[in-house]
Design a protein around this ligand. Structure first.
Ligand SMILES: [Zn+2]
Ligand SMILES: [Zn+2]
Length: 277
């Protein structure tokens, strides 16, 4: 006769049913530090020597076996993201991910602070437990949001709070000393920094002011001499104007005369008639 397996010969024991209830707080083992949902914490990584993980506590729960677990939302370090660490990522930068997990509360090592970038840069003394976050991270596809942020300097990169920047007094843009051919020490000793763009614009402005001043002077001279022109002697008169003008500018200015502009001024200012009586 075939063997028949007994049916309903066992029952599920009640002790196997896990019942969880929420806790308002949890005291980190071996410390007096109390953590609550919303707090940011460092979690021991399984490999004891590596840097701790960082997470935001969403929920703290205790079960009927007195095991405390935390539901966490992971922060990713840029180096752990799909895109990897970029030049503008600071040492203490974290991405707030959409990756949730449940961990034993025993893995909580300590509390930490995750600031906004602005607040982080304003900290007097950022400690080991101070981090900052400006990006969110989609763990499934490696998307980092927002995809557009303010960029600075000639290198057009977002701010890296670990790198020194100097502000141009004119345009108020910030520059990395090494991007404008300066050392950090040189930048720190500067009383005033004007970027090359603003310097160039300033020179250009000065240059065109000088040119129009010269042109006005030239026109004045020309007008004066034209009233005294003897018909038929334009060549001589023009030479007089030019000679006189050169002497005038040589006496009054130290800048090198732009002969092209000068030539343009003559041709536009002196439309000599083809024939005169
Ligand atoms: Zn730069
Ligand atoms: Zn500037």
């Amino acid at each position: 006769m075939a063997k028949i397996r007994p049916v309903n010969s066992y029952t599920i024991s009640d002790t196997n049913t896990v019942v969880k209830r929420n806790l308002d707080s949890y005291t980190i083992r071996g410390t007096n530090t109390v953590v609550k949902p919303g707090d940011n914490v460092l979690l021991r990584s399984p490999e004891s020597n590596t840097t701790p993980y960082v997470a935001k506590i969403k929920k703290i729960q205790i079960d009927n076996g007195n095991d405390v677990t935390v539901q966490v939302r992971w922060y990713y370090r840029p180096s752990d993201s799909i895109g990897g660490r970029k030049q503008f990522h600071g040492e203490k930068e974290l991405f707030l991910s959409d990756h949730y997990d449940i961990q034993s509360a025993y893995t909580i090592q300590g509390k930490c602070m995750v600031h906004s970038l602005k607040n982080y840069t304003q900290l007097e003394n950022a400690g080991a437990e101070d981090y900052y976050c400006r990006f969110e991270y989609k763990a499934a596809n490696g998307l980092v949001l927002p995809s557009r942020v303010v960029v600075y300097c000639k290198c057009k990169l977002p701010e890296n709070p670990d790198l020194l920047m100097v502000q141009c007094e004119e345009c108020k843009n910030w520059y990395h000393p090494f991007c404008v051919d300066m050392s950090n020490d040189q930048a720190k000793q500067l009383h005033l920094f004007i970027c090359s763009n603003c310097n160039g614009a300033k020179r250009l402005k000065n240059h065109s002011t000088m040119q129009s001043l010269r042109k006005r002077r030239f026109m004045g001279e020309l007008k004066y001499y034209r009233t005294r022109l003897v018909y038929g002697d334009y060549e001589k008169a023009t030479k007089q104007v030019i000679d006189r003008f050169f002497i005038t500018i040589a006496q009054k200015t130290v800048h090198v005369w732009d002969t092209h502009v000068f030539a343009d001024s003559i041709s536009s200012a002196m439309p000599f008639p083809e024939s005169e009586p």
